[in-house]
Design a protein around this ligand. Structure first.
Ligand SMILES: Nc1ncnc2c1ncn2[C@@H]1O[C@H](COP(=O)(O)OP(=O)(O)OP(=O)(O)O)[C@@H](O)[C@H]1O
Ligand SMILES: [Mg+2]
Length: 309
């Protein structure tokens, strides 16, 4: 193995089908993921995340550009890339006629693991994903969240060098989501690399070392969650329930959003005292909290949509 875990340069994908308009799903995406990193791919519905993951995992061919995993050209030699990767596809389902235990074990054997290793890894993944009680039931009888846990268990058990997970925690309860986070952290500690998509921005914040926001097939922003929060003017949010009419007085502090009579201002910690002073002088009640990644995402992507229209 050599180089970055994943590197794409100017990756484009245009979907064409007879009688339908062409769709440019990726319009030149360049990104890098280093070995051992957990990277989140964020973006609105239709932004191009699944298209990117399908190309990266050899399930779809790009229109142009290049993409490599561990220095192997994914499009030219997919059979050389596949041993490095494992995928939880968006809306994937376990085999209905296999139990979770059978599915995980069978998949590991198909990837060439020995009986002993496959058995040990299967038990560990079943345990980690809280599937012990349902491990021997046919997957058709499982609940939606239990099926999704089975999909994740199957892939984490591979301990592949590079894991692609497309909305891995969709439909999972908050406990199961945390089980996934813990498993993914443990895998990267062992040396695996993870690229995942999610619409849960608390998850992206808790889990990713870095993130990319994709918008209309292009990388809009990349960096850490903290970078993104700072890019909207700070890492603190001041809420003033009756501040909307006085919005102009606060604009110099950072991004201001009025919602009905409510005003929220994103502010850097070093200007907080000054802002609070002003709020008191203007007889406004103000509470301070952290900027969530979701707020930063809404502002950054929202700004880009406004600029385009
Ligand atoms: N097979 C296809 N043929 C034509 N267009 C497609 C095809 N698959 C996806 N698209 C289009 O490509 C664009 C990107 O889709 P993609 O599935 O990559 O988005 P996404 O970011 O994963 O969205 P979501 O968050 O909803 O999963 C969308 O406009 C989608 O409608
Ligand atoms: Mg998708």
């Amino acid at each position: 193995m050599s180089g970055e875990a994943l590197r794409s340069v100017n990756l484009r994908k245009v979907y064409t089908s007879r009688g339908a308009p062409r769709v440019e799903a990726l319009a030149g995406v360049s990104m890098e993921v280093r070995p051992g990193e957990r990277v989140a791919l964020l973006g609105r519905n239709g932004a191009g995340k699944t298209t990117f993951l399908k190309i990266a995992s050899t399930l779809l061919r790009p229109t142009s550009g290049s993409i490599e995993v561990f220095g192997v050209d994914v499009d030219a030699t997919p059979e050389r890339a596949r041993p490095y990767i494992a995928v939880v596809p968006q809306e994937g389902k376990p085999f209905f006629h296999l139990s979770p235990r059978e599915q995980v074990y069978t998949y590991l054997r198909a990837r060439g693991l020995s009986r002993e290793t496959a058995k040990a890894r299967t038990e560990e993944a079943i345990e980690r994903m809280g599937l012990r009680e349902v491990a021997d039931r046919l997957s058709i009888t499982l609940s939606g969240g239990q099926r999704q846990r089975t999909m994740v268990a199957t892939v984490i058990a591979t301990e592949a060098p590079l894991l692609f997970l497309d909305e891995p925690t969709i439909g999972m309860d908050p406990f199961a989501r945390r089980d996934v986070w813990a498993s993914l952290r443990a895998l990267t500690q062992k040396g695996s690399t993870i690229l995942l998509t999610t619409h849960y921005l608390d998850e992206a914040d808790a889990l990713s070392h870095r993130l990319y926001i994709v918008e209309r097939g292009q990388v809009l922003v990349s960096g850490t969650a903290e970078d993104l929060k700072r890019s909207v003017g700070g890492t603190l949010k001041v809420s003033m329930p009756n501040g909307a009419l006085q919005i102009d007085a606060f604009r110099s502090f950072g991004s201001c959003v009025a919602d009905g009579s409510h005003l929220s201002v994103i502010v850097a910690p070093e200007r907080l005292a000054e802002l609070m002073d002003l709020a008191i002088r203007r007889h406004l009640t103000a509470t301070v909290g952290p900027v969530t990644l979701e707020e930063a995402f809404l502002r950054v992507v929202g700004r880009s949509i406004d600029e385009d229209t």
